[in-house]
Design a protein around this ligand. Sequence first.
Ligand SMILES: [Zn+2]
Length: 255
Amino acid sequence: MLNIFDTHAHYDDEAFNEDREVLLGLLPKEGVSHVMTCGTNLVTSYRSLQLAKKYDYIYCALGFHPEEAHEERKGDLDTIVELLKTEEKAKAVGEIGLDYYWEENAPRDVQIDLFRRQIEIAKELDLPVIVHDREAHEDTFNILSEMRPKGVLHCYSGSKEQALQYTEMGFYIGLGGVVTFKNARKAVEVAEAIPLDKLLLETDCPYMAPVPHRGERNDSRLISLVAEKIGEIRGMDPQEILDITNSNAEEFFGI
Ligand SMILES: [Zn+2]
């Protein structure tokens, strides 16, 4: 298959330390046309940017993940803003959001404050946001519907009803390996219901590998399995799903 646009990857992750160069050299030959690799703090944002500068087909998102909220130091966001303003391959603010799943994460009000500040930055720079929402559907929805950035709900895990509310407001929905999982009833409903022009495909690699590779290290090539599953759900050719989501992503990121 061709035209795979992986809208959410973490190629700076240590899971790729052994063979990163080989793998990233290989992907374009195996159908991957673009990758958006996402920072989670200042260090991983820098690393993501280095990858984007090294490989033509890789772009990057810079920002603070909610799990990293306690890592933010004064001035960090100014540095991120500077990079977003000056670096051509930096195309989004991400990944940002709310994560109420992990007990050890920063308190909710700290996460919310950081989330809002990063949305504000994206709006000022006219860039999209890549949103992580884990067990925080209500607060995420309220903040996004109030602030209305251009954004994608990455690895969307909410209800079909809320997905439709998001797409009506212009937000995009990011789907990946989860749609292929046996227990993925909600994700399948979402894949079936949302307008195709608001769908983006992603890996979240090294995590979330689709069936039959569940639990293994994921990479952008495996998006073909996600396209096959969504094609099956919607009665469409998987290549058509890849073509449509590719142009959606190009428009979304302004590439
Ligand atoms: Zn991620």
